[in-house]
Design a binder for this molecule. Structure first.
Ligand SMILES: Nc1ncnc2c1ncn2[C@@H]1O[C@H](COP(=O)(O)OP(=O)(O)OP(=O)(O)O)[C@@H](O)[C@H]1O
Length: 255
């Protein structure tokens, strides 16, 4: 059975369609890269997986259960920038993320001590132990992004949602972050959805690369139709040269 199942999802804002007829089955542990033109609804799709936005039509199930509009420990998200708390130390950023998972949003006594110990371990693990008392502004972009990913991972989510997480980083730091993410993924077996504008990055990291595009297009009225998944590439074993594609109306699926 699929872990994430998206079935006939449409999303409109007011009368404006953004996504139409999106269906997708994802197994637990898969790494899914999402690519597509600016404004075609990739972030909206992530927000629906996060359950922050609800589909106008259609359903999304995670682990067999429909999304309910309630926050869940199952899903963590990292944006391109600004996903850490600037007024908290690096350590407190991780501790706070753990606290937010509790019913009242705070930790006391033993739980606080355990969260501090866990944060210290996490920071060592991601190479930020030596800057635990500093504030995020004093860290490099790559360090801030490592912190943001560690923060999202603090609740041990089964699904990690990444919205252009490495877009703001220089090429060297980006490569280091790829290695970091692949390691974390191998360690945790988490399912990952990552929006990227970099096709090479999408194919390198992903097991599948989904292309969002508008199958219907009216030049007089470019916003008349929404986007859907027009290609579903098998990106394992190096990607494009190994494609096995099958046309099913406008949607391509790996066999
Ligand atoms: N809350 C909202 N209310 C109204 N319109 C919205 C809302 N959120 C997104 N949109 C619109 O939906 C469309 C899709 O936006 P979205 O951010 O999902 O695209 P995207 O593919 O992630 O773009 P980019 O690659 O530039 O980040 C955009 O035209 C955007 O203006």
């Amino acid at each position: 059975m699929s872990f994430v199942s998206v079935s006939g999802v449409f999303k409109s804002y007011g009368r404006r369609p953004v996504l139409e007829a999106v269906s997708l089955e994802v197994a637990e542990g898969e790494f899914i890269s999402l690519v597509g033109a600016s404004g075609c609804g990739k972030s909206t799709f992530l927000r629906m997986l996060l359950d922050e936005e609800q589909p106008s039509r259609g359903t999304i199930h995670v682990d067999g259960m429909p999304l309910t509009g309630e926050p869940s420990r199952n899903r963590g998200i990292v944006f391109q920038r600004y996903s850490v708390f600037p007024h908290m130390s690096v350590r407190d950023n991780i501790v706070a993320a753990t606290a937010f998972q509790t019913r009242f949003g705070w930790l006391n006594g033993a739980a606080r001590k355990a969260a501090h110990d866990a944060a210290a371990k996490t920071l060592e693990r991601i190479g930020l132990g030596h800057v635990a008392d500093q504030y995020p502004a004093s860290l490099s972009g790559g360090m801030q992004q490592r912190l943001a990913i560690a923060q999202a991972m603090a609740a041990r989510p089964r699904i990690l949602l990444l919205d252009e997480p490495f877009g703001a980083l220089d090429p060297g730091t980006r490569l280091a972050m790829h290695a970091f993410l692949l390691e974390l993924r191998a360690e945790t077996g988490m399912t990952v959805f990552m929006v990227t504008h970099d096709l090479e990055e999408g194919f390198k990291l992903g097991d599948r690369v989904l292309v969002f595009d508008k199958p219907r297009w009216d030049p007089q009225e470019p916003e008349a139709y929404g986007a859907t998944i027009t290609y579903d590439f098998d990106a394992r074993d190096g990607g494009i040269p190994y494609q096995r594609l099958e046309e099913d109306t406008h949607v391509f699926k790996p066999r």
